[in-house]
Design a protein around this ligand. Sequence first.
Ligand code: ZN
Length: 555
Amino acid sequence: MARLAKQPSPFRCRTIVFQPKLTCSSSLLLLCCWLALLPSPEAHTIIERPSRPSPEDYRYQRALLASEESALAFGADIPLAGNEILVNNHLMDLKRDELEKGYTNPFNFSPARHFFEVLDQINASPLFRFVRELPKGAVLHAHDTALASTEVIVKATYQPHLWQRGCFEHGRQPEFLFSRTKPTAPQRGNKHDDGDDDDDWELVQTVRERMGPARYDEHVRQLFSLYTPDPQTAYRSINDVWDRFSQIFLAFNPIVTYRPVWEFYFREALREFHEDNVLYLEFRGLLPTLYDLDGKTYGPEEVVQIYRTITEEFKATHPRFAGTKFIYAPLRLVDNQTMDQYLSLAERLHRLHGDYVVAFDLVGQEDLGRQLLDFVPQLLQLPASINFVFHAGETNWNGMPSDGNLFDAIMLGTKRIGHGYSLLKHPLLLEKVRQRNICVEINPVSNQVLRLVADHRNHPASVLFASDFPLVVSSDDPSFWRAAPLSHDFYMAFLGMTTVGQDLRVFKKLALNSIRYSLMSDREKEVALGKFQLAWDGFIDRKAEQLRASSRNEV
Ligand SMILES: [Zn+2]
């Protein structure tokens, strides 16, 4: 036993003594022989091994392990105080309610189903309504022509001088153009099977009157959204979704690039983001050429100036809003010569609007587009003061060229990574992202609609949420899936990706991260933080008062 005492062990040890007892009569002879070989009659065998803990010890150790794990989780470092605790208890009741219903019947669990199939169910959820009211900080990943809802687009088609050619039926889509007189120049070829030109140009107003406004408007809604009640059949793979994206852009561009619509659309987008309690927007865009009825066109510098002017006007009337900034993000599927033009524009914008055009990125489907690696020599020529915030790893293809974009984004010094969906398959890169504090922009609904993931519980970000990882939640192209500017993505992340016990602190951390990892100046971040704190405190106090009032009424 002295020998046992010298052995260091985290477990208590005990000696187990086996006294041989043989009862079978047929073994009697064998037993006699065996006993004769033993050195003494009291001989026994000693087996030493670590003991198992008592059930009490076990429960204690388990609770310790669980609390160590939750202390590492995203949001665990955020303290909650006063009314926040009351509001948090309410939030957790709402979360547990949805989780328990889902646990009983997984078909009812919204994050496990396609977003389009459960959109009405989510909108009716008390948890979603809570999220909608919540001050959410900033959106750091969204695209210029997918910001405002389809209702804004419907309204835009009511503007005078809008013409269309072609109809909505038979799987085709019409072309649109604003013009004071009937367009004469042929637009995109829209031919019948026999090669003849399609219908003639007509004013939208005339077509709408003929079809009836309700029917016409419904067609517009369908045309400019990916929404369908049967998404599993309509979109069999990521390529089907990107094809539909291209169709939307083709039809939408001549509407939205009409300068009065462009301005109306951006104003309405800011209004909707503000209503969704987003206080700052850092969005990516292509800076397309705008046009008006007088034949005048507007280049990228003028488009940037339009963004700036509308933002300042909006801030003046909405003091809780902290502003917008722009990331120049042209298409990645271009030749080297076009890329050179993009990069020289990026430099020019940096010189002229460096405090507003804060970064460069490339957009378009990564699997079918050109890789960052193709453009490395050109990208390395850009001044170091131009930030990169690359889309990278928005793919399910492990080790294929699109997956390789993650290496280049990190090596090129990206400040944030758009999506980073495949990051978990690269533990070394994952560690570098964490060490270098590169923020990953998670877009839950987008990833599901683009068929990267079917069930949000399986989204790789659920692993990132288990630790204090530099991440934000954003919305990518919310209007294309009829989502709110940010609330649906917050809801999906909170309910589908975080663990049962993760609470209000997740939301507060997401909001704080969105300001911290934005490309605002330090001074601007301070102002934005002040606005967020004010909005947060106001929300918490209002909510706490509502909860107290409803519990008084119940009594
Ligand atoms: Zn994107």
